[in-house]
Design a protein around this ligand. Structure first.
Ligand code: NAP
Ligand code: HSE
Length: 431
């Protein structure tokens, strides 16, 4: 049976919800030509009816009663842009229970509960689409689900947090220290008043859990994603890294080999010739290597009302096209594999290590001895600056690939050597 109108229930009318509510009527003619039916926003759930909105919507559409949207039998598709874990998760469960397809931009819900929602959707004969949950307008979920489906994904490396990439760009390019760059990001509205989720790497870890689950067809829970933030980086590290031919980026890395996955978010030295090193400001990029396609890179605006609405409306169109033609949909299973995730202490990497040491004969030999005892091979040592008054010097050591546990043990031992005044910093190197 064909349908001429597809009805949408919108949960949330904030930054993203307002974008969706603006685009649907603005592009009504071209969207209906694409799918052969009209899209109609039937009801919109908000928290506060009196709040001023950036767009005008007929007041009779607004409600603060979730049941008025979720239990309305005329609504076909629920778009969830409320955010946070609860009540968004309950809203999505109830929508699916009521036989509605859902579109969500919610990374927390999809990373933690995506598999459960998809299983419920399969039982109810509806679908769950979530392109906007990672990277706003940057297309990556559908790419992993459909376009790269014939590939075995070997790895993906991504810059998927705009706030931190803005801060790191300012530190690298303009020599602005972390605290000032963060304050600027807050003034510009990129960083939240409480920026912890972004700067501690949690936001990127949720997104990586979603990407890694799709890439490796295995549920990778967010708790299995190791994450470290950017707060201990200094402009000095950026300067030295650049002299050595690297940028520093907060990378989200997922890799799979021999049936074991890696999923981690942390600062990384990235060779300057790599495309990821050139991603500046609030832009996102995801690089994927598949066995058939080789390497592909996706780059674009990962947040903002219109880029994020672009992904949401695309998901709505995909569902609406099938509803209009009476074509049933089946929500695919998230993962058929059951991969283990390698703990961070077993990961292998190269390392950049900056030490403040006593500037006298025999010091290098003691330091090299510690690395040697832990089977860590040194690739290069550069003495950067001697502080004559304090009789100290700064060393920048690059290692060959080494085991994380060995490097952490070596750093602890170095910290106890009387000739080492300070472990300035250590950062993994992406090779
Ligand atoms: P937002 O501006 O804070 O908007 C949230 C909306 O949800 C508001 O309209 C709010 O109502 C409503 N809401 C919140 N709790 C509610 C409740 N308990 N009952 C009813 N309504 C409730 O958030 P946003 O930036 O649009 O983000 C929405 C989602 O998109 C999040 O999952 C976010 O991670 C994701 N996302 C956002 C971006 C972006 O650029 N902002 C990019 C990618 C993904 P009131 O307006 O009445 O307070
Ligand atoms: N806080 C995120 C960022 C945007 O800075 O990229 C929403 O996912």
């Amino acid at each position: 049976m064909t349908r001429d109108t597809i009805r949408i229930g919108l949960l949330g009318l904030g930054t993203v919800g307002s974008g969706v509510a603006r685009i649907l009527p603005q592009k009504a003619d071209s969207l209906s030509a694409t799918i052969g039916a009209r899209l109609k926003v039937e009801r919109i759930l908000v928290r506060d009816l009196r709040k001023p909105r950036p767009i005008e919507v007929p007041s009779e559409l607004l409600t603060t009663d979730p049941a008025a949207v979720l239990d309305d039998p005329s609504i076909d598709i629920i778009v969830e842009v409320v955010g946070g874990e609860q009540p968004a998760l309950d809203f999505l469960r109830r929508a699916i229970e009521n036989g509605k397809h859902v579109v969500t931009a919610n990374k927390v819900v999809m990373a933690r509960h995506g598999a459960e929602l998809m299983a419920l959707a399969r039982q109810k004969g509806v679908d769950v689409l979530y392109e906007a949950s990672v990277g706003g307008g940057l297309p990556i979920i559908a790419v992993l689900k459909h376009d790269l489906a014939a590939n075995e994904i070997r790895w993906l490396k991504a810059i998927i947090n705009g706030t931190t990439n803005y801060i790191l760009t300012r530190m690298d390019r303009d020599g602005v220290e972390y605290a000032q760059a963060l304050a600027e990001a807050q003034q510009l509205g990129y960083a939240e008043p409480d920026p912890a989720d972004d700067v501690e790497g949690r936001d990127a870890a949720f997104k990586l859990a979603i990407l890694a689950s799709l890439a490796f067809r295995s549920r990778i829970p967010p708790e299995a994603v190791y994450h470290e933030g950017i707060t201990r980086l200094t402009v000095r590290d950026f300067r030295y890294a650049r002299e050595l031919g690297y940028a520093i980026k907060l990378l989200a890395i997922a890799r799979c080999s021999n049936g074991i996955a890696e999923a981690r978010v942390h600062p990384c030295l990235v060779p300057l010739h790599r495309m990821l090193a050139q991603v500046r400001g609030v832009f996102y990029a995801v690089e994927v290597e598949g066995d058939l396609v080789g390497r592909v890179l996706f780059y674009g605006q990962g947040a903002g009302a219109l880029p994020t609405s672009s992904a949401i409306v695309a998901d709505v169109l995909e569902l609406a096209r099938d509803i209009a033609r009476g074509v049933p949909r089946e929500c695919p299973e998230l993962g058929l594999n059951h991969l283990e995730v390698r703990p961070i202490h077993e990961v292998q990497s190269r390392y950049y290590i900056r030490l403040e040491v006593a500037d006298r004969p025999g010091v290098l030999a003691q330091i090299a001895g510690v690395f040697g005892q832990h089977y860590i091979s040194i690739a290069s040592v550069i003495q950067k600056e001697a502080h004559e008054d304090a009789l100290t010097a700064e060393l920048v050591i690059m290692t060959h690939r080494a085991n994380e546990a060995a490097v952490q043990a070596a750093l602890r031992e170095l910290g106890r050597l009387p000739v080492v005044r300070e472990i300035g910093n250590w950062i993994r190197v992406d090779d």
